[in-house]
Design a protein around this ligand. Sequence first.
Ligand SMILES: Cc1cc2nc3c(=O)[nH]c(=O)nc-3n(C[C@H](O)[C@H](O)[C@H](O)COP(=O)(O)O)c2cc1C
Length: 327
Amino acid sequence: MSTENLFTKTVGIEIPVICGAMYPCSNPELIASVSESGGLGIVQPLSLVYVYSYDFREGLKKIKELTQKPFGMNVIVEKNIKAYENRMKEWVDIALEEGVRFFITALGDPSWVIDKVKKQGGTVYHDVTERKWAEKVMKTGVDGLLCVNNRAGGHAGKHTAETLYANLKDLGLPLICAGGISTPEHFESALKMGYLGVQMGTRFIATHQCQAHQDYKEAILKARESDIVLTERVTGVPLSVIRTPHVDKVGLSVGPVARFFFRFRKSRHWVRFLFNLKSVMSMKKTNLKGLSTKDYYQAGKSVEGISQIEDAGTIVRRFGESFRNSR
Ligand SMILES: Cc1cc2nc3c(=O)[nH]c(=O)nc-3n(C[C@H](O)[C@H](O)[C@H](O)COP(=O)(O)O)c2cc1C
């Protein structure tokens, strides 16, 4: 019986489990450990450079010292900020030079990433939360879609995993389920729906390899699904976080001034950028130093299935057993 599918074959991995990019939780040791165990770790470039202080190429080399297996890179496409776009283009070139061949794009138009990656024979999947975005990026030649559902950590989607699959399956692209997965049972149910694999974020924060602060990991172990709320206050768009006394105190929505600017396309990008700068600084602090009263712990509803801090490789191998049994 085959223990491969189109996704594992294309990317060159054994188990269709991705450790999603996480700002600020993607450190080289976590990425390498997931890849070395047969899954696929993804580099979050801002995390690598600004949180873990690597020169971008050196950070990739560090991962390559720890594993010779494939890993990928996340590219958040933001066109309206030139300096950011130029830096991202430079990093994609470096990643290609260092042998990275799998890219996950998010937000804007991924055409320039696809142009560069296709020339080197690589693969590009794009994050989508609904059909209208999927139809838009289909025209750019993406190879697959990462379907972000309403249980995801980070910026959650609106639809359930089932609805999203039903809305996208006729597009004929490989679909990966992102959101709400933390146990082999969740994984098996996503595979049964028709997804070719899963992307997990929250589950991999509560691992020995993730360098997030112990307080953050323990908050994930303690949290129940009902403790997860969506706040606009970190990045200006709904972000999935654990409810804390600070979250209760400041509320979940942005104030009238930011709301006014969000109504205009140009200013919206700038407001989002400023929000991001603010959140980058505050999340970096939370991640590395623990909880202070103003902090946010990003996590998705998959907290419900997480009861211990584990080795990232053990998690991947457990999912691997499920994958083989499901074939
Ligand atoms: C702390 C955190 C940070 C994240 N940062 C990013 C990011 O920088 N880029 C991105 O494309 N997705 C990001 N995500 C989304 C994850 O890659 C993944 O899709 C999501 O966590 C899946 O949901 P789960 O947390 O329920 O497993 C983040 C998620 C979390 C929990």
